[in-house]
Design a protein around this ligand. Structure first.
Ligand code: ATP
Ligand code: MG
Length: 396
């Protein structure tokens, strides 16, 4: 016997009342997308508050399939399931015993049968199914014992049109399916934090597009490739990402020329936010997302965040705002962005960074120095927007 189907369990989205079908549809779509990269043909179907994934032809890679499902937000549990035609209870008993032999060859666990009769016309009620199947298992495998409170093996038998038998639940990511809660524009650098921020906001059902600011020739193609690789990695979870690569060199040089050097990062960040917001509006995003966390560096104190935030009209979401670096690193490791993030390529922010940046900038003085950019900045921003490169990532 081998598993050729999975029962998909989802929790939070089941609570959404009349909107439930929208969430289920988004989940089905995300499951289909994630399975595209897995060899084999799959059918994803929705039936009576359940979602099933079935391998519909030939061979498939079980491990790969499970891994793909483990990257879909909204899934709480993945249960490999055997589906039997209803050919009478005797036949079902035989099938269940074969199932046990096949998946639990040493047959020495404690167990409990958990029957659920969704098809009310079935001749036996749940209690009878439990009792009879339990007895058959005990007869066939004398080393097994029943434990109704804490069984090592919970043998689920669901009677629907067909009969579904499963006993294993592989943990899913939880959260909500990407796309069911709108879209946001992520400021994606090559660092550790912003890919994690993108992952986290997307786990709440938000799709993402992204902007990366580079400064050629001060930053290299390898630094850009690193960001493309990070976007590709998070798109395995978040779905397709449209990545804007913005040439920020002239803006940075101009700020460097005109503004006090201890304020450089703040001015740069303000222009990054403005440009990101432009692309966000163009792409109908409802917010911006950054990887900022209070106090992590000079540009992320409460005062600095106030200065950066001031130029935005859209809400700015900062999923990592209260996270310690170590907690962020742990997520980066889990989602496999860490190794790419720590590759030692230069970042546009670090090149023009001051030795002693302000940590408590006053909004007034920032606004005042920004006046010094009046002459050319509009044109430079317009040019940066116009010349941005667009890279579609993850099959958009
Ligand atoms: P990260 O690890 O995400 O790079 P960081 O700790 O290096 O963050 P900063 O450099 O202060 O912090 O950047 C704060 C946030 O600003 C980043 O998380 C990211 O969202 C955005 N950001 C910074 N630099 C860039 C860039 N070159 N392109 C796009 N976004 C950027
Ligand atoms: Mg950075």
């Amino acid at each position: 016997m081998e598993y050729r189907a999975f029962l998909i369990k989802y929790a939070e989205i089941a609570l959404k009342g009349k909107n439930r079908y929208l969430f289920e549809n988004a989940l089905v779509e995300q499951i289909r997308r994630s399975l595209q990269s897995v060899e084999g043909e799959f059918r994803v179907r929705k039936e009576q508050g359940r979602i099933y994934v079935e391998c519909s032809s030939g061979s498939y890679d079980y491990e790969e399939c499970v891994q793909a499902l483990q990257r879909v937000f909204g899934i709480v549990g993945i249960c490999p399931v055997m589906i039997f035609e209803d050919q009478g209870f005797e036949r079902l008993t035989e099938d269940v015993l074969r199932y046990m032999e096949s998946f639990y060859p040493d047959c020495s666990q404690t167990f409990k049968v958990n029957a659920r009769r969704a098809r009310k016309a079935y001749p036996l009620v749940s209690m009878e199914i439990n009792a009879r199947l339990g007895e058959a298992v005990l007869d066939a495998f004398p080393k097994m014992r029943v434990d109704v409170h804490h069984p090592e093996l919970l043998l689920n038998v669901e009677v629907r049109e067909k009969i579904y038998v499963y006993s294993q639940e592989i943990q899913g990511l939880g959260g909500m399916p990407a796309g069911c809660n709108g879209k946001a524009m992520l400021l994606l650098s090559g660092g550790i934090d912003s890919p994690v921020a993108g992952y986290m906001i997307s786990r709440r059902g938000v799709s993402i597009d992204a902007v990366y600011f580079h400064a050629p020739p001060y930053t290299s193609d390898r630094a850009k490739q690193k960001v493309v690789d990070l976007a590709t990695q998070i798109s395995k979870y978040c779905g397709p990402v449209r990545l804007y690569v913005v040439n920020f060199t002239d803006i940075q040089l101009y700020i460097y020329d005109q503004c006090p050097h201890d304020e450089l990062t703040i001015h740069m960040r303000r222009y990054m936010m403005r440009i990101a917001e432009n692309f966000a509006v163009e792409n109908k995003c409802q917010g911006l997302v950054t990887g900022e966390s209070i106090g992590q560096v000079a540009s992320q104190t409460m005062q600095s965040l106030t200065a950066t935030n001031e130029v935005c009209t859209l809400p700015v979401y900062r999923p990592l705002i209260a996270f310690d670096k170590q907690d962020i690193v742990e997520i980066a490791l889990k989602i496999d962005t860490y190794e790419t993030s720590v590759l030692p390529f230069e970042d546009c922010c670090t090149i023009f960074v001051a030795k002693h940046p302000v940590t408590k900038p006053s909004l007034k003085s920032i606004q005042k120095s920004e006046q010094k950019l009046k002459e050319k900045i509009q044109d430079l921003v317009a040019e940066a927007i116009e010349t941005a490169e667009v890279i579609e990532i993850g099959g958009k």
